[in-house]
Ligand binder design. Structure first.
Ligand SMILES: Nc1ncnc2c1ncn2[C@@H]1O[C@H](COP(=O)(O)OP(=O)(O)OP(=O)(O)O)[C@@H](O)[C@H]1O
Length: 289
């Protein structure tokens, strides 16, 4: 029986004297889980561990039920893993088709006909079926990001690790991609680091907020948003009590804070509001050096 579970127990990662992940315990099964956090929170480091690119300094990792510290098990995990790194890192001179085909060869798709059909399928999934023969350097930033994502989708991996997949994508492509990722999440474990709170709201049931290398929140998106009810309000003037405020297109100020003034007009909170509130309350930083 294959397992799709992923678990981390007491995972710590240090770079020299700097602790970037500190005693992280997490478990995942099928579905799309969002990973939010400020710059430097440790999201990429966590995803690199889940993609078997980096080993933890301490703690235990089980990917698809296996220990990635064991060479044979790691190879087996990699066969069932799709990874979109934060940076695209394309070789020079490749077309979209040749690049994805090259990665498919590395993923052991030895039969040419089946491999080419798979390359066409994943390029189609990211909306680039008609750009297969375009050279990568001639594609826009958003199109290049979609090519990078296409390679992660080869073979419908059981574990899909995506580091900011929607960076640079236009609204239509982001919407279309949500369809692809939610479909993947029906059978696979999908982990998605992003700064786009709308993508979390649209796509994820569960969200993890990482802050200073520690898990600050792990729960449903609905509960996170629910925690901000009554703490987002609209007024004609900014309030000094708010954690965050800005003048909206209507000319009124939208504010997020622990205490909405009595009698004020409340607004429906978003994931972003709840995230700002969470960040606005004190967290002990784990990153030490
Ligand atoms: N190989 C490395 N050597 C030294 N420090 C590193 C290394 N990789 C990451 N770090 C440090 O670890 C911290 C967390 O980095 P990481 O890239 O995991 O954060 P992040 O949450 O993904 O940030 P962002 O939102 O900016 O992408 C940063 O302070 C970074 O400088």
């Amino acid at each position: 029986m294959t397992t799709t579970s992923v678990t981390l127990s007491g995972v710590t990662r240090r770079f020299g004297a700097t602790t970037v992940l500190d005693d992280v315990d997490l478990g995942f099964g099928p579905g799309v889980t969002g990973l939010l956090g400020p710059n430097g929170a440790g999201k990429t480091t966590l995803l690199r561990i889940l993609a078997t690119v980096l080993a933890p300094t301490a703690g235990t990792v089980r990917l698809l039920g296996r220990d990635p510290g064991d060479v044979t098990a790691r190879t087996e995990v990699r066969r069932r893993l799709g990874y979109l790194p934060q940076a695209n890192g394309f070789p020079r001179g490749f077309t979209a088709f040749r690049f994805v085909d090259y990665l498919a060869v590395l993923k052991e798709w030895t039969e040419t006909g089946a491999r080419h059909a798979e390359v066409r399928r994943v390029l189609g999934l990211v909306g680039l079926g008609d750009q297969a023969t375009s050279r990568l350097r001639r594609l826009s930033g958003g199109q290049q990001r979609r090519v990078a994502l296409a390679q992660a989708l080869i073979g419908d991996p059981d574990l899909l690790v995506l580091d900011e997949p929607t960076t640079g994508l236009d609204p239509e492509q982001r919407a279309s991609l949500r369809g692809v990722l939610s479909a993947a999440g029906r059978r696979s474990t999908v982990l998605l680091a992003t700064h786009q709170t709308e993508d979390i709201a649209a796509l994820c049931e569960r969200v993890i907020v990482l802050d200073g290398g520690r898990v600050r929140y792990d729960g449903s998106v609905a509960d996170l948003v629910g925690s901000a009810v009554g703490k987002v309000w609209l007024a004609d003037e900014p309030s000094p009590d708010s954690l965050s405020s800005w003048r909206t297109g209507t000319g009124r100020f939208r504010m997020v804070g622990q205490h909405a003034p009595v009698g004020t007009e409340l607004a429906e909170p978003t994931v972003e509001d709840a995230y700002l509130l969470l960040r606005g309350t004190k967290a002990e930083p784990a990153v030490t050096s």
